[in-house]
Design a protein around this ligand. Structure first.
Ligand code: NDP
Ligand code: 8X3
Length: 255
């Protein structure tokens, strides 16, 4: 399936997996709507991609803000409004505390971003897809949605919710030509751990010590694979992890 001139909306495009998805879809000739809170990072990415203005549209957006999401989607210029592919990637973990010691603000941030933000984007973008009877929603879940690990409690529950939402959306879209996919990675080296540990870079680095983790590009490759199957093929779920990882808690460190 060709992606030339297809409109791809990627949330969390300012970093990591979202930025890598932007690069891979841009290279395939897609037109990109890049969304995140850090507009400067989106613009830097756009400059690096060297795309003509009609090929990229920036949305400074906090996905936790429902009214902002509604307004961003409903006021897209007509040339950008018929979104073909929605990559629900924006997300984060905060903390690795025991549940009974957890930080309420960390909880709110994860639930509001990973679950509610993803729902808002889906709710405002998918009706247009249904009207056009075409489209693809690709959610970035996690192995954390399949296996709960110590201290992962709330983050894991948000990704379990993403798994359920992907399954539910697929069921609710039965009878349409719209596809739904969940790409669920294990350890990917991005800003993820730095964000999880509130900027403690030393602690973040230790997560990947002695391991060859997945890269954001590895995940983007898989997202792209799912998006480019024949139109009658739906890849429901992909679980991927580094060779040195066997589960959320089983990691082989070589040094
Ligand atoms: P990064 O921290 O590198 O990127 C996270 C992205 O999400 C940023 O672009 C950030 O943009 C965006 N984001 C966060 N909060 C919001 C918000 N409220 N509104 C809009 N955008 C937001 O991490 P990753 O690339 O690793 O994470 C991307 C996704 O992949 C997440 O859903 C994560 O849970 C998932 N994942 C990551 C794994 C990993 O090991 N790295 C493994 C499995 C899944 P900005 O701050 O500019 O708003
Ligand atoms: C990110 C992967 O295992 O750190 O979702 O939760 S993990």
């Amino acid at each position: 399936m060709t992606l030339t001139n297809q409109i791809v909306l990627i949330t969390g495009a300012s970093s990591g997996i979202g930025a890598a998805c932007a690069r891979v879809f841009a290279a395939a000739g897609a037109r990109l709507i890049l969304a995140a809170r850090r507009l400067d990072k989106l613009q830097q990415l756009g400059e690096g991609l060297n795309l003509a203005p009609e090929r990229v549209h920036f949305l400074q957006l906090d996905v936790r803000d429902r009214l902002a999401v509604e307004s961003a989607i409903s006021t897209l210029p007509p040339a950008w409004s018929d979104i073909d592919i929605l990559v629900n990637n924006a997300g984060l973990s905060r903390g690795l505390d025991k549940l009974y010691e957890g930080d309420f603000q960390d909880w709110e941030e994860m639930i509001d971003t990973n679950i509610k933000g993803l729902l808002y984007l889906t709710r405002y973008v998918v009706p247009g897809m249904v009207t056009r009877d075409r489209g693809h929603v690709i959610n970035i879940g996690s192995i954390a949605g399949h296996q709960t690990y110590p201290g992962g409690n709330v983050y894991c529950s948000t990704k379990a919710a993403v798994k359920a939402i992907s399954e539910g959306l697929k069921q609710d879209l039965l009878g349409t030509r719209i596809r739904v996919t969940s790409v669920d990675p294990g350890m990917v080296e991005t800003d993820f751990s730095n964000v999880r540990f509130h900027g403690d870079e030393e602690r973040a680095k230790k997560v990947y010590q002695g391991v060859t983790p997945l890269t954001a590009d590895d995940v983007a490759d898989v997202v792209f694979f799912c998006a480019t199957r024949s139109p009658h093929v739906n890849i429901n779920e992909v679980i991927m992890m580094p060779v040195d990882q066997a589960s959320a808690t089983l990691v082989h460190r070589r040094t």
